[in-house]
Design a protein around this ligand. Sequence first.
Ligand SMILES: Nc1ncnc2c1ncn2[C@@H]1O[C@H](COP(=O)(O)OP(=O)(O)OP(=O)(O)O)[C@@H](O)[C@H]1O
Ligand SMILES: [Mg+2]
Length: 503
Amino acid sequence: MTTLTAPPVTAALETRGITKHFEGVQALRGVDLEVRPGEIHALLGENGAGKSTLIKIITGIHRHDAGDVLVGGERAEFPNVRAANRAGVVALYQELSIIPSISVAENISLGEGPPSTAGIVRWGEMRRRAGQQLIRLGQRIPLRRLAGDLSPVQQTMVSVARALSIDARVLILDEPTASLTDTEIEDLFRVLRRLREEGVAIVYVSHRLEEVFEICDRLTVMRNGKSVLTQTVGESTIDGVISTMVGREQSDLYPPRGTATEEVVLGVDALTGSRVRDVSFTARRGEVVGIGGLAGSGRSELLRLLAGAQKRVGGSVTVGGSPFRGRSVGQALDAGLALVPEERRSQGVILTSPIDENISIPNLASVSPGGVVSGRRIAKLAASAMSDLRIKASSARQPVGQLSGGNQQKVVLAKMLARGPRVLLMDEPTRGIDVGTKAEIYRLIRELAAGGTTVVVVSSEIPELIGLSDRILVMHEGRVAGELDAATADEEIVLTHAYGRSA
Ligand SMILES: Nc1ncnc2c1ncn2[C@@H]1O[C@H](COP(=O)(O)OP(=O)(O)OP(=O)(O)O)[C@@H](O)[C@H]1O
Ligand SMILES: [Mg+2]
């Protein structure tokens, strides 16, 4: 008989050799994951590696083909999400799952079911409990407001509050911070740390590795549907994790600059919207202009004003010397201004249509020589977009709705890139996208610039802003607070301007 030196801790959640096949795709090929009570365990991997699929199997949304899921040491195969929730296993999904047509309080109470007496809902009690969850998150959101009227950030917080309202033993968060600001992320982390102390096992999926290294205790890396590494964060390095994720050494992340010419393409004069005030700048052919600033400083609104997606109150815009009046998105596109919006998943794609149609429909002219739609050109356009952006799919005919979250975003990007605009406006182009593909997107942006496109990029990631841009405009409360040469800028100076602290 062997003697154990220490009793093993029973894992709160464990998966052994999970496999899952979708039509045409082997999504999972054997995933081992072990999450202990009182730890925050990161689940990492490139877009399409299988993270969300694994989570959906654990919570009863998908059936697995082989392998076991164990909760508290017992085999568990939940028939649906409700059953998983009852067993204390709760997931917050990548796609927000709030119901827009009902109130905030009702959305939160969906977790444990509304309190009722003899079948009659106790509305006051429901609002009280929902309010408590929001206070726990440090959020002030009106409980009677329709969830659909909230900002994306508030909607995320409502779904976090719902997950918390269930007494979870295992809490799984699939990219919870994708649309949160830094202070909101800190609020969320405070809550997660408290839950960890209470002994909750937390699985944390994120493409932001700095975040993972800040909050997580251990990590498991998935590659191509398999778990390939589990270790403590203490014994890991960001570079090491990245090369395990992508299965190769990471080349230089940012391509060299120096594609800007002297020719001014975009002229913006005293542009004013609801938040944006009196913004003036020019951008040249082949130049990449980065827009920095805190969330709410007017960065996204500036892009929307330029793209005709929001009504301007004052000021003027010229493209190639001709005035652009900014009345509609269609007019903007005709003038050569194209926007890749921040909320790509909801705004940009038809989920039931295949990849090739999503990419080619807005680019009909380029695939229809002489007015006749050419199947061959559609196929060619889709194939080159898929290889440029490394879109992971079984074929170009796969419906976009079946792709992983990050790969859906790449389709939207591909669609806009294929239009070949004179000025490309991009809002957070790498949010939700894995590190390997980030480098591809940076390379692509620089190639477009080298080909004469002017690129204006909003990013919350300051290293990205500095690495990618030629010039950086930093916004503060609707105005341009500073203009920096990216080659000599550092994070501190960007932040100084962003907080409006520059002399
Ligand atoms: N319902 C489905 N039908 C067909 N294929 C699917 C379905 N859901 C996922 N897949 C495929 O399974 C693979 C894994 O996808 P999954 O969503 O798990 O990736 P992920 O690791 O969460 O990626 P991301 O970081 O982009 O969110 C992908 O190739 C995806 O296309
Ligand atoms: Mg996913």
